[in-house]
Write a protein of this length. Structure first.
Length: 81
C-alpha cells in the first residue's frame, strides 16, 4: 500500500472575535474536498494541519478559498509555521 503524501499548513486566529480554535478546526475539516484527509493539532490560537493526498499548491489554494468564503471562519488566516 502506498503512503499518502501530506502537506502541512497553519491557520491562525487573526481577530479576537473569530470562532474558537476547537470550532474552527471542525469547520475546516468538514470543508475538505472528497478524497482528502487531514490530521490536526491545536496550539493556542493556531491550527496545524496535515492534509493529503493533494499537493501543496492545491492545499493552499483550497485553504485560501475556504477562509475567504467565510463558512464561519471569518477572522482566521493562513499563517507561517
Amino acid at each position: 500500500m502506498a503512503r499518502t503524501a501530506f502537506t502541512e499548513a497553519v491557520v491562525e486566529r487573526a481577530a479576537p472575535t473569530a470562532a474558537p480554535p476547537e470550532t474552527a478546526v471542525i469547520r475546516l475539516v468538514s470543508a475538505l474536498p472528497g478524497g482528502w484527509e487531514a490530521t490536526w493539532r491545536l496550539e493556542g490560537d493556531r491550527i496545524l494541519l496535515r492534509i493529503g493526498p493533494a499537493g501543496p499548491a492545491a492545499v493552499h489554494a483550497w485553504l485560501a478559498g475556504v477562509l475567504v468564503d467565510g463558512g464561519g471562519l471569518r477572522g482566521w488566516r493562513q499563517g507561517g509555521r
